[in-house]
Design a protein around this ligand. Structure first.
Ligand code: AMP
Length: 387
């Protein structure tokens, strides 16, 4: 019996196959859906495929899923998928635990599309496609919002008329599967730090930070939608709502045009005018690229201070995500100058790619942990099957 996990992002699908003991059998992804699609996969850390799909007309997530199915059926005809676990970005107020995805649940998730327009439709398309391909498999949804659902009320609310809170206008927070994984890993690496006050910086094309007190999220930088908080590849991050009013009233922009700009043309891409991709910006080293990087690291530092204040102090910081795990310059710009908070940063360890990048004397531990949302989904799905 095998379990398939699907993690459908805005232009990618990550997939993995595990056996019933949560041992990884295969892992891969399709990137660049709609632009320059490419499939890659590894089995036992060895590449089994890595090629462009530009000749295969992979213009949407349905076509990308078909390419994954093709790989599984031709390369691994003997595997039998008994369950499919999905990363679902938004679980609203209702879903604070993984659930079996039946018709009724999927309709409830569809109703949340306006709250995560970039991701939720792709997540649901993945559920529909998997149900069609594996009609007998149990489908399980694991929510990015769930990890934050018991954060204290003041970190969950906006200061709007209260009925909006009751209607669900809340700070949901996202990237919960990643936070769950890295805080669990920290418990294995350093239980003392894990039982203290931890800030996790999940820095990728999407980016957020979370304040975790003894394993429990007490607040995060993302809010009602995945737009708030840190600037991201193409998303704006924190924004005075007055800017939106100005754009509508004075610039005559429609809600749709503003949405498009805030989700697709802002963040690193908007500030640099060059790219949403940090590697491209680092390589360009133009004033425009530097401006975008400075803004990004500046906001991370501001949020680190704010989340540490929320926690009443700081025992550890974890970096994860494509940027957090790989971009040593970003980690350096974030960590240097935080001595006043007890942070002693080790520049040599940081550049060498060590997992611990604080000095031995630092009263705040600085960790780089490779995140793994797929294994969190697999564990939850197997737990539900077991029940
Ligand atoms: P993710 O969304 O987690 O896959 O992260 C994607 C981001 O990580 C992109 O902005 C990449 O440019 C960035 N990234 C990945 N590897 C590196 C690297 N070695 N150095 C700098 N940035 C990187």
């Amino acid at each position: 019996m095998h379990l398939l996990t699907l993690n459908c992002g805005s232009s990618s699908i990550k997939f993995a196959i595990f056996d019933s003991d949560v041992r990884e059998f295969l892992r891969g992804q399709i990137d660049g859906i709609g632009t320059a699609p490419r499939i890659s996969a590894k089995r036992n850390a060895e590449s089994i495929i890595d090629r462009s799909l530009e000749d295969a007309n992979v213009s949407d997530h349905g076509a990308a899923f078909a390419a994954i199915l093709d790989l599984l059926r031709t390369g691994f005809p003997d595997i039998s998928i008994a369950s499919v676990g999905h990363r679902i970005v938004h679980g609203g107020t209702q879903f604070s635990q993984p659930v079996v995805l039946d018709k009724d649940t999927i309709e409830k998730l569809r109703a949340l599309i306006p709250l995560a327009p970039l991701h939720q439709p792709n997540n649901i398309a993945g559920v529909d496609a998997a149900a069609a391909a594996f009609p007998d498999a149990l489908q399980v949804g694991c929510f990015d919002t769930a990890f934050h659902r018991d954060q204290p009320w003041i970190n969950d609310a906006f200061a709007l008329p209260y009925h909006y809170y009751e209607e669900g206008v809340r700070r949901y927070g996202f990237h919960g599967l990643s936070y769950e994984y890295v805080s669990g890993r920290l418990r294995e690496i350093s239980p003392t730090h894990a039982s203290g006050r931890v800030v996790v910086c999940h820095l990728g094309n999407g980016a957020s930070m979370c304040a975790i007190d003894n394993g429990r999220s007490i607040g995060s930088t993302m809010g009602f939608t995945a737009l708030d908080g840190l600037p991201m590849g193409t998303r704006c991050g924190q924004l005075d709502p007055g800017v939106v009013l100005y754009l509508m009233q004075e610039k005559g922009m429609s809600a749709h045009a503003i949405e498009d700009m805030l989700y697709h043309d802002s963040g690193l891409k908007g500030l640099s005018g060059l790219s949403n991709d940090l590697r491209t910006l680092e390589a360009a080293a133009t004033p425009e690229a530097d401006r975008a990087i400075d803004y990004f690291t500046g906001r991370i530092r501001i949020e680190l201070g704010a989340l540490a204040a929320m926690l009443g102090g700081l025992d550890a910081v974890i970096f994860c995500g494509g940027i957090g795990e790989n971009a040593w310059r970003i980690r350096q710009s974030v960590c240097e100058g935080f001595e006043w908070m007890g942070v002693e940063f080790d520049a040599r360890r940081n550049r060498s790619g060590d997992a611990i990048i604080s000095t031995d004397q630092s009263s705040v531990g600085l960790f780089v942990i490779q995140t793994d949302e797929e294994i969190v989904i697999a564990r939850h799905a197997l737990e539900l099957i077991g029940q």
